[in-house]
Write a protein that binds this ligand. Structure first.
Ligand code: UD1
Ligand code: MG
Length: 457
C-alpha cells in the first residue's frame, strides 16, 4: 500500500459559534475539537499530518505545539479546494492523501481505514444519507456510478432532492489530486474553489470514483454552532460511557457521566450519577464513587470509597481508604492505605500515612501526618501568616483533640495527645499530653440572656 499523507482542513471561521475563540479549539470531552481529529489521523500512522489553518492563526497552532504536524496557513479562505492547494507543496508524490475536516471530532478511524483502502488508483469519498440534506454537497450518480458532487447552492431542484451527501472526507492518490487541483475554478454560486469539483474532473479522465456510505451520522457531523457542540458532547459522553461499561465498569446512569479527559477503571468499579472526571484519572479495582463528585488528575487505588459530593484535584489515594461525603482534596494530597477523610475536610499539600483519620470539619495544609494519627473535629493547621507558608508535622499515633489550632511551623511528637480546644504554638513532645486553654472556667450564676429590644412605634 502507498504511503499516507493526511490533510486536515481547519481554516474556516466558525462564524455561527459567536465566539472569539477559533471554532476548532472549542472542546469536546475536555479536548479541542481539532485534537480529536488529530488523534484519529495519528491512529492511521501517516507519513505526514498537514493542518491547514487560518482564522485564529497562531492560537490554533500553539495549542498543538507538542504534536508532529506540518502547519500551512491559508490566509484567505477561498474554499476547500483552495485550502488543499495550500498543502500541495508538502504532499509526497507517490503517496495517497486522506482529507479530514477539522471540525468533525467524532471522525471514525475504521471508516477512514476503509476509505484509504479504496484510494489506490481511484477517488474514494465518504458519504451518508441525510434526512434533510439542506446545505450539503449532493452525491450525483448515474446508474450507481458517482458522476459529481454538486453543492447545495449550485444544485438544481431535482438534485436538491438527493439525500446522499458528501461528508467532506475523501482519499485519493496524490498524483491525481495534484493535477485536479490545478484545474479548479471558482466559477460557482459561492465564488469558491470547491474541492468537490475534483469528482467531475476524475470522471472526465475516466478515473473511478467510489462513494463509501457510513451509517454513523455523528461520526461525520461537523460542529458549526453551540447547539452542535452540546449535541456532539453528549454523543461523545455516551460513547465513552458505553466503552467503560464494556470494560466492566458499573455506571448507575450512563447519561449522567462526564469524562473530560481520560478515565481508566479497574474491575468492578462503580460510579454513581453526575460525576465529572477531568484530566487523567485512574481508578483501581473495586473503587466506588458516590454521586456528584468532581475528580481531576487523580490516582485512586483499589477498594477506595469516595462518598457523594467530594472534590478531588491532583491527589493520590491509597487502598481501602474512605473519603467524603463533602471532602475536598486539593493539589499535593497523598493519602496512604486505610486512611479516612470525612465531611467538610479540606486537605492541601498534605501527606497522610497509613491508617490515619481526619473525619470532620478540618483544614490540613502543608502537613505531614504519620501513621494511625487521629485528628479531631475542627482541627486547623494554621499554615499561613499572611505572607509565608509553614509546615506542620504530626508523628505516628498522635491524637489531636477537637478544635485545635496548630500554628505552623510546629511538630507534634509520636503518641502525643493534644487536648481539645488548644492553640499549639510550640512543638509538642512525644508520649505527653499537651494543652493550652484559658486557665479558669467560670460560671456566672443567675445569668439572664439578653432580651430582644422593643422597637419604638
Ligand atoms: C463542504 C463540502 C460539502 C459537504 C460539507 C460537509 C465543499 C465545496 N463542500 O461544504 O460537499 O457536504 O462540507 O460538511 O467542499 N475550510 C478551509 N478553508 C476554506 C474553506 C473551508 O479550511 O477556505 C475548511 C473549514 O474549516 C471546514 C471544512 O473546510 O473544516 C469544510 O468547510 P465548510 O465551509 O464547512 O464547507 P461546506 O460549505 O459546509
Ligand atoms: Mg460545513
Amino acid at each position: 500500500m502507498s504511503n499516507l499523507n493526511i490533510v486536515i482542513l481547519a481554516a474556516g471561521k466558525g462564524t455561527r459559534m459567536h465566539s472569539n475563540q477559533p471554532k476548532v479549539l472549542h472542546k469536546i470531552g475536555g479536548k479541542p475539537i481539532l485534537g480529536h481529529v488529530i488523534a484519529c489521523a495519528k491512529a492511521l500512522n501517516p507519513e505526514k499530518i498537514i493542518v491547514v489553518y487560518g482564522f485564529g492563526g497562531e492560537i490554533v497552532r500553539e495549542a498543538f505545539l507538542h504534536e508532529n504536524i506540518i502547519w500551512v496557513n491559508q490566509a484567505e479562505q477561498l474554499g476547500t479546494g483552495h485550502a488543499v492547494q495550500q498543502a500541495l507543496p508538502h504532499l509526497d508524490v507517490d503517496a495517497n492523501t486522506l482529507i479530514l475536516l477539522g471540525d468533525v471530532p467524532l471522525v471514525d478511524v475504521e471508516a477512514c481505514k476503509g476509505l484509504i483502502a479504496q484510494a489506490n488508483n481511484q477517488l474514494a469519498i465518504l458519504s451518508f444519507i441525510k434526512a434533510d440534506p439542506t446545505g450539503y454537497g449532493r452525491i450525483v450518480r448515474n446508474n450507481q456510478l458517482v458522476t459529481a458532487i454538486v453543492e447545495h447552492k449550485d444544485a438544481t431542484e431535482a438534485q436538491r432532492k438527493i439525500q446522499e451527501v458528501n461528508t467532506g472526507i475523501m482519499a485519493m492518490p496524490n498524483q491525481y489530486l495534484t493535477s485536479w487541483l490545478s484545474e479548479l475554478t471558482n466559477n460557482n454560486a459561492q465564488g469558491e474553489y470547491y474541492l468537490t469539483d475534483i469528482v467531475a474532473l476524475a470522471v472526465r479522465q475516466n478515473i473511478a470514483v467510489v462513494a463509501e456510505m457510513t451509517e454513523d451520522e455523528f461520526s461525520v457531523t461537523g460542529i458549526n454552532s453551540k447547539g452542535d457542540l452540546a449535541q456532539i458532547e453528549r454523543e461523545h459522553q455516551i460513547r465513552t460511557a458505553n466503552k467503560l461499561m464494556q470494560q466492566g465498569v458499573t455506571l448507575k446512569d450512563p447519561a449522567r457521566l462526564d469524562v473530560r479527559g481520560n478515565l481508566s477503571c479497574g474491575r468492578d468499579s462503580e460510579i454513581d450519577v453526575n460525576c465529572v472526571f477531568e484530566g487523567n484519572v485512574t481508578l483501581g479495582d473495586n473503587v466506588k464513587i458516590g454521586a456528584n463528585c468532581v475528580i481531576k488528575n487523580a490516582t485512586i487505588k483499589a477498594n477506595v470509597q469516595i462518598l457523594a459530593f467530594t472534590h478531588i484535584d491532583d491527589a493520590e489515594i491509597g487502598e481501602n481508604s474512605r473519603i467524603g461525603p463533602y471532602a475536598r482534596l486539593r493539589p499535593g494530597t497523598i493519602l496512604q492505605n486505610d486512611t479516612h477523610v470525612g465531611n467538610f475536610v479540606e486537605l492541601k499539600n498534605a501527606q497522610v500515612d497509613v491508617g490515619s483519620k481526619i473525619n470532620h470539619l478540618s483544614y490540613v495544609g502543608d502537613a505531614t501526618i504519620g501513621k494511625n494519627v487521629n485528628i479531631g473535629a475542627g482541627t486547623i493547621t494554621c499554615n499561613y501568616d499572611g505572607a509565608n507558608k509553614f509546615k506542620t508535622v504530626i508523628e505516628d499515633e498522635a491524637f489531636i483533640g477537637s478544635d485545635t489550632q496548630l500554628i505552623a511551623p510546629v511538630t507534634i511528637g509520636k503518641r502525643a495527645t493534644i487536648a481539645a480546644g488548644s492553640t499549639i504554638t510550640k512543638d509538642a513532645p512525644a508520649d505527653a499530653l499537651t494543652f493550652c486553654r484559658t486557665k479558669d472556667q467560670k460560671s456566672i450564676m443567675g445569668w439572664k440572656r439578653p432580651q430582644k429590644l422593643k422597637r419604638p412605634d
